[in-house]
Design a protein around this ligand. Structure first.
Ligand code: AMP
Ligand code: MG
Length: 488
């Protein structure tokens, strides 16, 4: 058997999905298969050639043991509640359990219409497939919880968007696809028994240590909040902008999911927004922590009936947990920022030191990734970062303060240097390089740039020879006018 499926969602959660078939794509062909991940999942694909893989990961061939389903969910999209969403262009093939006992969903994206497609065609253009592949694998390499890329396939047919574009299917691996919106769907239907069933299932699958605690639902809610506080802090620390933090795009596992119009920020500017549909900047870089908290409030509402009958008691309980979110987030972020600055100890004034640096970076249009990476070099040769600043004198004072702060740490400077280079990446998927890789794939069937970008970003912290072009930002004008589009 190629994949040993063990489909707990389909087996246990009747009423939470619809069984579906995928589209047949006779001319499907494989672009990329993640052999390393496949091995980690225990797949036995050794004898299969590219055609065989294309058949499986286009959905043409259903493997034995697969029970393909589209999951139902609801969600707040840009603050407005949609009661009926769901996998409109995705199909959960089934679940696998790896050797370590960890369970994963295997899902096709772009596999055709389902009962939740609404007016959509259920398909995906190739561009968003390549984008999600690059972005999620880069996030994984950066050590950030995320869904993973298993395969990318071209369907050999065109999909109709603003122009006819080649179609694609993306295969995603996730700890699960349970979203805040999954809870919201059943809460909105007032099916409290199903909300309970989903919570029990989620606890058993993701937070099994909570099964025997006194108040498992409240403990579950608390831990989901903590997981999200940690996740969003990690996004902020690398300059990642998700772009469409709707509640249906937020997992309860704490993994980054649904890479649509996401992008890494180049020049540090807290109000950066790349998504073409985010007209009011709801999901701007700086808003991500507060939006996460807002989304979690929606989860709290959806789960309210599980916390007790008296809302005069349960609402304050939920509110109290939610109120802890900013502090939890800030703590995660501070720990991460101290590492980025090579600080070993904690001082009360660290937050000011960090904010002063960010302010001067903002004023001077400084590249976020380059600055932090090059800062470590200042420990050896103190003038390297100044060229990144339009007005170098603005940061000289700060560097003095920072060096003084480093000197107050008991550890030696080399330790700080090493620590900084372990957390400050050199290589992120730069927007202009992502676009270049996508364009070559979509318009010229040339996937060499896609491969090269994947390769470089798979080792984000290691200096690689002859890869200078991957370290530099595009010019300011490119980024000022850069727009990303939804993954449809
Ligand atoms: P997203 O904003 O990409 O997370 O998608 C929001 C909702 O729209 C989800 O329920 C998707 O399944 C659905 N959707 C997005 N694109 C399509 C499409 N091309 N066909 C059908 N449904 C889609
Ligand atoms: Mg989504």
């Amino acid at each position: 058997m190629l994949i040993h499926f063990d489909n707990s969602y389909a087996d246990n959660l009747n009423g939470f999905y619809t069984s579906c078939k995928s589209e047949f794509y006779p001319a499907a062909s494989l672009i990329k298969f993640n052999h390393t991940l496949a091995m980690q999942l225990g797949f036995k694909f050794d004898g299969l050639d590219e055609n065989g893989l294309a058949n499986i990961f286009s959905g043409n061939q259903m493997l034995e043991g697969s029970t393909p389903i589209a999951q139902v969910y609801a969600g707040h999209q840009f603050g407005h509640f949609s009661q009926q969403l769901g996998d409109g262009r995705a199909l959960l093939l089934g679940e696998v359990v790896n050797e370590q006992g960890k369970r994963f969903d295997i899902q096709l994206k772009g596999s055709g219409r389902t009962p939740y497609s609404r007016s959509g065609d259920g398909k995906s253009a190739l561009g968003p497939v390549l984008r999600e592949y690059i972005m999620c694998e880069s996030m994984h390499a950066l050590g950030i919880p995320t869904t993973r890329a298993l395969a990318a396939v071209t369907t050999g047919e065109k999909v109709v968007r603003n122009e006819p574009l080649p179609g694609g299917v993306f295969t995603r691996v996730a700890s699960s696809h349970i979203r805040v919106g999954t809870f919201q769907f059943f809460a909105a239907q007032q099916e409290t028994d199903k909300v309970k069933k989903l919570a029990d299932y989620s606890i058993a699958r993701h937070y099994p240590h909570l099964q025997d605690v006194d108040d498992p639902y409240l403990a579950f809610f608390t831990e989901v909040c903590e997981a999200q506080a940690s996740l969003v802090a990690q996004w902020m620390l690398v300059g990642f902008i998700h772009g469409v933090m709707n509640t249906d795009n937020m997992t309860i596992s704490g993994e980054t999911i649904d890479y649509g119009p996401c992008a890494f920020m180049d020049y540090y500017a807290p109000d950066t927004v790349f998504s073409s549909i985010d007209k009011h900047g709801r999901y701007a870089y700086r808003n991500q922590p507060s939006i996460a908290q807002w989304n979690l409030a929606r989860l709290g509402e959806a789960m309210l009936s599980l916390f007790g009958e008296d809302t005069e008691v349960t609402i304050p309980l939920v509110t109290k947990i939610l109120e802890q979110f900013p502090e939890q987030y800030t703590q995660h972020w501070l720990v991460g920022m101290r590492k980025k600055l090579g600080l070993q100890s904690e001082e009360e004034n660290d937050l000011n030191l960090i904010n002063d640096l960010l302010a001067v970076m903002h004023q001077n249009n400084v590249d976020y990734t380059l600055l932090f990476r090059q800062l470590a070099d200042v420990l050896h040769q103190d003038d390297v970062v100044y060229s990144l600043f339009e007005d170098a004198s603005a940061v000289q004072e700060w560097v003095k303060k920072w060096l003084g702060r480093i000197a107050r740490d008991s550890n030696d400077v080399e330790q700080s240097f090493t620590q900084m280079n372990q957390v400050n990446p050199i290589y992120i998927p730069r927007n202009h390089l992502v676009e270049e890789a996508i364009d070559a794939g979509v318009y010229s069937e040339d996937f060499s740039k896609f491969e090269a970008l994947l390769e470089v970003t798979s080792k984000p912290f290691d200096l690689q020879t002859n890869k200078e072009r991957y370290t530099s930002p595009a010019d300011t004008d490119f980024n000022k006018s850069y727009k990303t589009f939804c993954g449809t």
